[in-house]
Design a protein around this ligand. Structure first.
Ligand code: ADP
Ligand code: MG
Length: 218
């Protein structure tokens, strides 16, 4: 049975598809059989990216399929080691389904309160509906250079009762360019950008390993 990582947010443009592609490439690079389930049927961001990737022969090859329902998305999950479920914005029912099904739920957010508030509200709503709070992890994305702003965002999330990743993804044109050409955030032409993205992926891999270990012990 595959591990499942879900990426959700009420807002669009916060980095769900960016992190999905990053996570998929990092695990696939370690030899895992990985599939991205693209739940954003109208945008099909990952599906389009996959097409580009295949066209340019970029390795590792990532399988991407588009689905309207989570149950469908994971119906063949026994054929994979990891399924990355890339959620659609404003998809309340599907978002809850993703959160319930996933071993680890990533909520990407920018640093502005306009991003943080809906993120925390979403987490509260999920917990109210029975999702375990400890599998929800916020990841700071598209951050600027202000360490104070990053720290403020971390505190906001922690005070609300949730975990936040130790690594954050900066806003850089290099990431956008890479993804526009079928590459992931770890596959840009800039080593320092790749290293920052690798740190985010490693953090997510560590969180998944921790949660899976806790579940096996329980
Ligand atoms: N860290 C970043 N730096 C620069 N551009 C980014 C970054 N993260 C995302 N983008 C760009 O922002 C847009 C939205 O990101 P995406 O991951 O598709 O968001 P979502 O899936 O949450 O809607 C995409 O065009 C992507 O290339
Ligand atoms: Mg998306």
């Amino acid at each position: 049975m595959a591990h499942i990582i879900g990426l959700i947010a009420q807002k669009g443009g916060v980095g769900k598809s960016t992190l999905s592609r990053l996570i998929a490439c990092e695990f696939a690079g370690q030899g895992w059989a990985v599939k991205i389930a693209d739940m954003d049927v109208s945008q099909g961001t990952c599906a389009e990216w996959c097409r580009l990737r295949q066209q340019h022969g970029i390795e590792p090859d990532i399988r991407v399929e588009t689905f309207g329902r989570v149950a469908q998305a994971i119906s063949d999950s026994d054929r994979f080691d990891l399924v990355v479920v890339d959620g659609a914005p404003h998809a309340t029912a599907a978002t809850l389904e993703i959160a319930r099904t996933s071993d680890l739920v990533i909520i990407p957010t920018g640093l502005a309160l306009d991003d943080l508030r809906p993120g925390v509200m979403l987490a509260h709503e999920l917990v109210e509906k029975g999702v375990q709070a400890d599998k929800l992890v916020f990841v700071l994305t598209r951050v600027g250079d202000s360490l104070a702003a990053i720290e403020d965002a971390r505190q906001f999330i922690n005070r609300a009762g949730y975990a936040v990743g130790v690594a954050e993804l900066p806003e850089r044109i290099g990431y956008q360019r890479a993804m526009d050409a079928g590459f992931a955030a770890t596959e840009t032409t800039h080593r320092s950008l790749n290293e920052k993205a690798e740190a985010v992926a490693q953090d997510i891999a560590d969180k998944l390993a921790g949660l899976v270990m806790d579940r096996e012990v329980a």
